[in-house]
Design a protein around this ligand. Structure first.
Ligand code: G6Q
Length: 538
């Protein structure tokens, strides 16, 4: 990271260290309006951060010094910025809804392929939704089971929950990811084979968990329906690997493709979103893509000073690198966004959880923070205590929608009142004097005092719709991209994930071999021996 830019930021942190958010708001009535902006259906209020105009200028200078503008163009125009895998990073092409758009990789326009897969998905989703697509026994499909993991699971799960109000309610959706047989077994208990469609979602079609679950589901279906031929009516694939799909026994006519320039954790708007399209229909899916695209255009064209993903990225970097904050919390006040923190966790932590920079040298600063969160108000009754009064600095994003899909009495007013009240309390706290004025006994004053000065962003949409969900996801994708550029790390590889895929295979052969081996360390050997004994393989 640029040292000169950091000298300035550090000097401003020192200068402002005794100035609280309470004081900043008191002396600057224009602060809330000045540190707010709108983009693609979202309003961001970032005024409850430890910033002033000088600090923002210093942060923008940091972004400029990292060459961010040029990096954004490289991504959007298909340069191979995922250098360790030799790939372009073009999830933005998947949602480029402009009819004449052209995006080139290796001299070839990828847009015709994107449009043709979308059309095929729309056609198939329409058939399942209408009942035209029949199972082997002639019954219509009622259950859709997506089998995938990581990037081939978390996005579809999150979005299917988020867009429940737009779903076709006579269809039921299940997501099996874990190689723990319980996940598949409990799902199969819920469905009748002749009414069930399995979507095998795997970019590589070699992932151990997904392929094991897919094979078990295929055996179950054949067992239930008594015919191998039934597989063609009940299994479709989403993958980049046509040969593997055919080898599994799925007709490649029922395979929905995507490309190596779509990273797993960025693949929701690719064919990986097939289950979502079946749920909400192709028109709503198009609105989701339009929302993504609106945020893409904003990110690519807005000056940094009015650029929502850039501002959120810089604030995150201020706390991670300027204040030493190690974690970061996402708090959606919307039950439909209950899996959004888990989805973000992968997007952020797999992308920027890197300790070497682009030249391969160990970085001397922190990179991606530990990301976590739960929907409000539930979190308030669990971990917020630590955010308010603990010893760690935890910047938080609060996310809410002004209108609910489910108005019941004044519940939504109460939900939103909690959101606003939390950001207020975190920023302004409660002083010892205020406690005393409320009549708190002196002995309890230290315990009932709240320091405040805790930074938060608030993101508000009028309503959670396909459009605002798309733009919300794109907002965070570009925030993560911006941080990766400034930290100078490769955000689009995931060698740690690949390692896990290889390691488990080695241990598996030792669990199942006829003869025990002792080729691991003493601890691992002991665990393997204990397991073998318990399952009768001494
Ligand atoms: C995402 C990661 C990882 C991946 C899964 C599933 O960016 O690469 O989470 O999505 O390991 O991989 P497949 O789709 O190839 O089964």
């Amino acid at each position: 990271m640029n040292e000169q830019a950091w000298e300035k930021i550090d000097s401003l942190i020192d200068k402002n260290q005794n100035t609280t958010l309470r004081e900043m708001f008191a002396k600057d009535p224009g602060r809330a309006a000045r540190y707010s902006l709108e983009a693609a259906g979202w309003f961001l209020d970032y005024s409850k951060n430890r910033i002033d105009d000088e600090m923002m200028r210093a942060l923008f200078a940091l972004a400029e010094s990292s060459g961010l503008k040029a990096e954004i163009e490289k991504m959007f125009t298909g340069e191979k910025i995922n250098e360790t895998e030799g790939r372009a990073v073009l999830h933005t092409a998947l949602r480029n809804v402009e009819p004449d758009a052209k995006v080139f990789v290796d001299g070839r326009d990828v847009m015709p392929g994107v449009r043709s897969v979308l059309a095929a998905m729309g056609d198939f989703a329409g058939k399942v939704r209408s009942g035209e697509w029949k199972g082997w026994t002639g019954k219509r499909i009622r259950n859709i089971v997506n089998i995938g993991i990581g990037g081939s699971d978390l996005g579809p799960v999150m979005a299917n929950i988020a867009l429940t109000p737009y779903s076709q309610r006579d269809l039921r959706f299940f997501f099996v990811s874990n190689v723990d047989s319980t996940h598949l077994a409990e799902t199969l208990r819920e469905v009748a084979a002749d009414e069930t469609l399995f979507i095998i979602a795997s970019k590589t079609f070699t992932t151990q968990e997904t392929m094991s679950n897919a094979e078990a589901a295929r055996e179950w279906l054949i067992g239930q329906l008594g015919a191998k031929e039934a597989v063609a009516r009940h299994f479709v694939a989403v993958s980049t690997a046509a040969e593997e799909v055919a080898a599994f026994g799925i007709d490649v006519a029922n395979m929905f493709g995507f490309w190596d320039w779509v990273g797993g954790r960025y693949s929701l708007p690719s064919a990986i979103g097939l289950s979502l399209m079946i749920s909400i229909g192709k028109e709503n899916y198009a609105k989701l893509l339009a929302g993504y695209h609106a945020m893409d255009v904003h990110f690519r064209t807005a000056p940094f000073e009015r650029n929502m993903p850039v501002i959120m990225a810089l604030l995150g970097i201020l706390y991670a690198n300027g204040y030493g904050a190690e974690t970061y919390c996402c708090l959606p006040y919307d039950q439909y966004l209950s899996r959004f923190p888990a989805y973000l966790q992968q997007m952020d932590m797999e992308s920027n959880g890197k300790c070497v920079d682009k030249s391969g040298r160990r970085v001397t600063y922190s990179t991606g923070p530990i990301e976590w969160g739960e929907p409000g108000t539930n979190g308030q009754h669990s971990f917020y205590q630590l955010i308010h009064q603990g010893t760690h600095l935890i910047p938080c994003d609060f996310i809410g929608c002004s209108r609910t899909h489910n108005p019941i009495g004044d519940l939504h007013d109460k939900l939103m009142a909690n959101l606003f009240a939390q950001t207020e309390a975190l920023a302004f706290g409660k002083t010892a004097e205020e406690c005393r004025a409320e009549g708190v006994p002196e002995a309890l004053v230290p315990f009932k005092t709240f320091e405040g000065n805790k930074p938060t962003n608030t993101l508000l949409a009028d309503e959670l719709t396909p459009y605002t969900l798309g733009s919300l996801v794109a907002l965070y994708e570009h925030k993560v991209f911006t941080q990766g550029v400034i930290w100078n790390v490769y955000s689009y590889d995931q060698w740690g994930v690949q390692l896990g895929k290889v390691l488990a295979k080695g241990v598996l052969s030792d669990l199942t071999a006829k003869e025990p081996s002792a080729r691991h360390d003493a601890s691992t050997n002991q665990l393997i021996a204990r397991y073998r004994k318990a399952v009768g393989r001494q």
